[in-house]
Write a protein that binds this ligand. Structure first.
Ligand code: E4P
Length: 207
């Protein structure tokens, strides 16, 4: 069981690192766009913080472009780079080529067990089913996690697109190996009204 942070906000990552509960980060082009930073700056800043594994998404119109961008990241960031590719024919071809030479790949945008099987067979280290986006479209994100687990894929199931703490516990219970969570969800995982109430009472009684 592992927790990753799903963010490109380096300052917020820094604040949570001291918890020792998080060691890896997933990003995507939208998160990087929202950060207002250049992708290279985000990646380097995360690496300088001590993050050993940063999922860096590559985009492109064809396999050649995706592969070239992936190799650029590997050359620049070395073993810190996990290459994130979409679950498309081109993406999975690139996954196969990278995984064959020992490069970690995170296959993203997975919405069916069949896609998960193909990504795992292509040698993905991580496969990322998007729970929240399934639910947004009246599909069952948690069933997807369970269905993927039941296929017996060898890739690690990285539950993504997580919107609340309850989804984290349910995803783990249904077979996710890892959950990648936004900063807000990570912070909410600590919280319970009865914990706050209990602390208040114990502090009062101890004084
Ligand atoms: C996963 O790797 C993605 O970065 C992310 O979880 C997508 O989440 P969203 O559906 O909230 O954009």
């Amino acid at each position: 069981m592992k927790l990753f942070l799903d963010t490109a906000d380096v300052k917020e990552v820094k604040k949570r690192l001291s918890t020792g509960l998080i060691s890896r980060i997933t990003t995507n082009p939208t998160l990087i766009f929202k950060s207002g930073e250049h992708p290279q700056d985000v990646y380097w800043e995360l690496i300088k913080l001590g993050i050993k594994d940063v999922s860096m998404e590559v985009v492109g119109d064809n396999e050649k472009d995706l592969f070239a961008r992936a190799m650029g990241h590997v050359k620049t960031y070395g073993e810190h780079a996990t290459i994130k590719v979409p679950c498309s024919v081109d993406g999975l071809n690139v996954c196969k080529r990278l995984s064959t030479v020992g490069i970690r790949v995170n296959v993203t945008l997975i919405f069916s067990p069949a896609q998960a099987i193909l990504a795992s067979l292509a040698g993905a280290t991580y496969i990322s089913p998007f729970i929240g986006r399934m639910d947004d479209n009246s599909l069952d994100g948690m069933k997807l996690i369970n269905d993927i687990k039941n296929t017996g894929v060898s890739a690690q199931i990285l539950a993504a697109s997580i919107r609340d703490p309850q989804s984290v516990s349910t995803a783990f219970a249904l077979g996710a190996d890892i959950c990648t969570v936004p900063i807000g969800v990570f912070d909410k995982m600590y919280q319970h009204v009865l914990t706050d109430k209990g602390i208040e009472q114990f502090n009062k009684d101890a004084s």
